[in-house]
Design a protein around this ligand. Structure first.
Ligand code: ADP
Ligand code: MG
Length: 380
């Protein structure tokens, strides 16, 4: 049977993984980077995907599509509240959203297919064989048309989607939790632009979703924004410069803010440097983890309400949760880990990379489907 890969088609980043002799592994591309930013940009030379497309975000916002996952399986009326967030043009045809890129318009599955195609090519290059089958993950709250749109994206990319599985289920599989006979699991997923909490119940190898909650506009991008705002105010005070008038520099500032945030997950202080426009000099400052945490604390606190609500909907008290799983790049932040630990009174699982864990679990599910490691049938 030909190989089945596991794919995390994320709002911010996407990844592909496979089972390597019983161990799930994420496939890296150039520079050992495992994540493909879920961004597609139209340039003078055509469409580009991933890291190079992300570079276009501030410079050509009207020609750079990000967060396309938010539009999967939806009509224009479903996303009225979202429109203000997006600089690109959305239209509708036959009840389905179309995204305008230059002269042409594309459906969300067509854009997602470009990201999937990139992952397919990456897997083919790494594994040296043609890849035509995949398991793809979706949020637990995705409805039938959002799941169907995800399958359609796979088909357009030349992938037969053997199964769509829930992201929190995939994360649980990555930690091997299916090997327990029963239990309750809380999956806390804080990504780039979204926060999801899912409460699962495991019984005899079957994961049931008891409750989901979250915030569709809360994530690492918000942390980057508060840091960037701090730098902007500093630049204004030190250099009398309103950087907002310089899109290229704003983009560099945003990326620098994100990099500083990421470094502060491992270090307690870091130095930020940025070239300012037209020879007005160079911006430099220190940022400590403590400063970062005081800026981000109110945002992190905002994730706790949905957690409590999900527990309530599941009819469970925090101490009745047996396993807590951290998912999403933003859960690398020590502050986030502390808060989640405190809420559930339990050390969360975090020894796998939280931004890879969903793809790893998708690879486990793919392996189960292909009869690789076990004959157990997993459903959710
Ligand atoms: P999504 O599921 O939304 O596609 P990810 O799980 O890949 O996204 O999370 C992306 C977010 O994680 C980004 O905001 C990124 O800045 C953040 N992130 C990645 N690594 C770190 C880190 N070391 N510390 C803090 N945040 C991080
Ligand atoms: Mg994710």
């Amino acid at each position: 049977m030909s190989r089945i890969v596991g794919i995390d088609l994320g709002t911010t980043n996407s990844l592909v993984a496979y089972m390597d002799h019983g161990t799930p592994r994420v496939i890296a591309g150039r520079h050992e980077r495992t994540m493909v930013p879920s961004v597609v940009a139209l340039t003078d030379n055509g469409l580009i995907v991933g890291d190079p497309a992300k570079e276009h975000l501030t410079r050509h916002p009207e020609r750079t599509v990000y967060s396309v996952k938010r539009f999967m399986g939806k009509g224009l009326a479903d996303v009225q509240d979202e429109l203000a967030y997006f600089p690109y043009t959305l239209t509708e045809k036959g009840g389905v959203i179309r995204i305008q890129l230059g002269e042409k318009s594309y459906s969300p599955p067509q854009i997602s297919a470009m990201i999937l195609k990139e992952l397919k090519l990456r897997a083919e290059a790494a594994l040296g064989e043609s890849i035509t089958k995949a398991v793809i993950t979706v949020p637990a709250y995705f409805n039938d048309s959002q799941r169907q749109a995800t399958k359609d994206a796979g088909m357009i990319a030349g992938l037969e989607v053997l199964r769509i599985i829930n992201e929190p289920t995939a994360a649980s599989l990555a930690y091997g939790l299916q090997e327990k006979t029963q239990g309750t699991i809380a999956v806390y997923d804080l990504g780039g632009g979204t926060f999801d909490i899912s409460i699962l119940k495991l019984k005899n190898g079957i994961f049931e979703v008891l409750a989901t909650n979250g915030d569709t506009h809360l994530g690492g991008d918000d942390f980057d924004r508060v840091i960037a705002d701090l730098f902007l105010a500093d630049i204004h005070a030190q250099h009398g410069l309103a950087l907002a008038a310089y899109p290229d520099h704003m983009q560099a500032l945003r990326l620098e803010a994100e990099r500083a945030k990421m470094r502060l997950s491992d270090e307690t202080r870091t130095t930020v440097q940025l070239d300012l426009p037209e020879g007005t000099g160079r911006f430099m400052r220190e940022l400590t983890r403590e400063q970062l945490e005081s800026l981000c604390l109110p945002l992190v606190e905002r994730t706790l309400g949905p957690c409590r609500q999900a527990l309530k909907d599941a009819g469970l008290a925090p101490h009745e949760i047996d396993e807590v799983v951290l998912v999403g790049g933003s859960t690398r932040m020590p502050l986030v880990r502390q808060r989640v630990h405190a809420l559930f009174g339990k050390q969360p699982h975090c020894n796998l990379n939280p931004d890879e864990v969903v793809a790893l679990g998708a690879a486990v599910q793919a392996d189960i489907l292909s009869g690789g490691t076990t004959d157990m049938l997993l459903l959710d």
